[in-house]
Design a protein around this ligand. Structure first.
Ligand SMILES: [Zn+2]
Length: 112
């Protein structure tokens, strides 16, 4: 139901909103990332590459702030732990103690 038009109209605003959260948490964790790409995707909220580039779905900006922060922190923590190990989730929990609940909410959103 999300159109290309909606993406193009909201992409720049989404980048600003996502970067605000990203820079706040990057400072808190003391991690650096390289580039941020804002994309229109139907199945992913975000991703992180070994080259330390981050990728976010523009729809992250449309989420309630707590869910948005969860997605941002999730990708950011992949710069520390490039997996979904216990150590990874422990990093997420440092700033998002209720991450399990937020993860479920985010997963239930229809991105199409
Ligand atoms: Zn992940």
């Amino acid at each position: 139901m999300y159109s290309r038009k909606h993406y193009l109209q909201n992409k720049n605003a989404a980048r600003k909103i996502i970067l605000e959260s990203l820079d706040f948490f990057a400072r808190l964790y003391g991690v650096r990332y390289r580039k941020v790409a804002i994309r229109n995707q139907r199945s992913k909220w975000g991703s992180c590459s070994k080259a330390r580039n981050l990728n976010f779905n523009y729809k992250v900006a449309l989420l309630p702030k707590d869910q948005r922060d969860y997605v941002v922190v999730h990708e950011l923590c992949h710069l520390i732990e490039f997996n979904h190990s216990r150590r990874f989730w422990a990093e997420v929990a440092r700033t998002i103690p209720n991450y399990k609940e937020l993860r479920m909410k985010v997963k239930s959103v229809d991105l199409r």
